[in-house]
Design a protein around this ligand. Structure first.
Ligand SMILES: NC(=O)c1ccc[n+]([C@@H]2O[C@H](COP(=O)([O-])OP(=O)(O)OC[C@H]3O[C@@H](n4cnc5c(N)ncnc54)[C@H](O)[C@@H]3O)[C@@H](O)[C@H]2O)c1
Ligand SMILES: O=P(O)(O)OC[C@H](O)CO
Length: 332
């Protein structure tokens, strides 16, 4: 049993907090929303972000106070919308206990810097790589919240750190594998969201299985190439964080990214799709970052580039798919 703190009580932070509590840990949730903190402490619920859970475990409690949240924490989980992670973590820099391990659950790339969340977390908290891990996989929050069997991979440059996090967070229904490929796991989690936007868009526009399979397969090739260029191991993309999460996210209306894309495919504007989104769709800001990283590493990113035209210029699904192929014959 460990003292674990979760920063961010969104849908995934709350569902993962329950995983940790079910694994036998004492869980402190920190959030900026007073109504969520109050609901977790008094009703044992998070009706705002995770209404599907009717009673959270008694070993979960919440606070608005940053110092109180982390003062005794052995493991600190960060699950804040990626574009706000740096600003939120700056407030914790001087509060994190010396030996605490920090684990990112976030799946996005910071648009203003094109940095992955491992980079943002470590540089903001002045954290050595041995005390950082990231966890990713096919983990739709509602299914995990209902305690349906699921798995994820936790990666740290220090194998012992990955194993420690996996040991603390494994429960009867949540299995965790270990890895040392931090860049790979980060890139998988962030880039699959761009693919999910495109698959959702094709579904929303009325296209079927062939189109979805085409986008997923070419999307996987694109994110693998870019990930490897950034320093990841290719095999990670065939694992839970890669293919696993691509299958879950591209195949489910529970995914905010899929749903955001689907709404675009049905004819909504980006503003309209943003307004009706049930939580953060990380793929939206991440799309531009992926295109920028492709330019930086000299890797073509046809899918992300086509999706960027959707987001910036409002092109429709037919045009997006035409843009994706171009006229050249490409070696697969
Ligand atoms: N929902 C899922 O199924 C799921 C699964 C795996 C990973 N993730 C990833 O986890 C991260 C969080 O997702 P979520 O589902 O909890 O999203 P959410 O939209 O439900 O919640 C977003 C969270 O970010 C917090 N936040 C936003 N701005 C903040 C700020 N300035 N300061 C502090 N906190 C701030 C919110 O308070 C909230 O807790 C995302 O990167 C997402 O890709 C989500
Ligand atoms: O709801 P999404 O689109 O953020 O996807 C959730 C998870 O990343 C699925 O693993």
């Amino acid at each position: 049993m460990a003292a674990v703190t979760v920063l961010g009580a969104g849908a995934w932070g709350t569902a993962f907090g329950q995983v940790l509590a079910d694994a036998g840990n004492q869980v402190t949730m920190w959030a900026i929303e007073p109504e969520i903190v109050d609901a977790i402490n008094t009703l044992h619920q998070n009706p705002v972000r995770l209404p599907v859970v009717k009673r959270l475990p008694d070993s979960m409690h919440a606070t608005l106070d940053r110092g109180e949240a982390v003062k005794n924490a052995e493991i600190i989980i960060v699950t804040i919308a990626a574009q706000f992670a740096r600003q939120a973590l700056e407030e914790f820099r001087d509060l994190i206990p010396d030996q605490a391990i920090v684990v990112s659950l976030m799946k996005g790339i910071e648009r203003s810097t094109d940095k992955r969340m491992d980079q943002v977390v470590m540089e903001t908290l002045h954290l050595p790589a041995s005390r950082f891990a990231c966890l990713s996989g096919p983990n739709l929050s509602k299914e995990v919240a209902l305690r349906q069997p699921a798995a994820a991979v936790v990666a740290s440059q220090d194998h012992d750190t990955a194993v420690k996090v996996a040991t603390v967070a494994t429960s009867k229904y949540f299995k965790i594998f270990s890895s040392t490929d931090v860049i790979g796991v980060e890139m998988c989690g962030s880039l699959k969201n761009v693919v999910a936007l495109a698959v959702g868009m094709s579904r929303g526009a009325g296209f079927g299985e062939n189109t979805a399979a085409m986008i997923e397969t070419r999307g996987l090739a694109e994110l693998t190439q870019l990930g490897v260029a950034a320093g990841a191991q290719a095999q990670t993309f065939a694992g839970l964080a890669g293919v696993g999460d691509l299958v879950a996210t591209c195949g489910s209306p529970l995914s905010r990214n899929y749903t955001f894309g689907s709404n675009l495919g049905k004819g909504m504007s980006v503003d309209q799709a943003t307004k009706v989104s049930n939580g953060v769709a990380e793929g939206v800001p991440t799309t531009a970052a992926v295109v920028a990283l492709g330019e930086k590493y000299g890797v073509p990113t046809p899918l992300a580039s086509a999706m960027l035209r959707v987001l910036n210029e409002g092109i429709d699904c037919g045009e997006m798919l035409e843009d994706l192929f171009g006229d050249d014959i490409i070696d697969e």
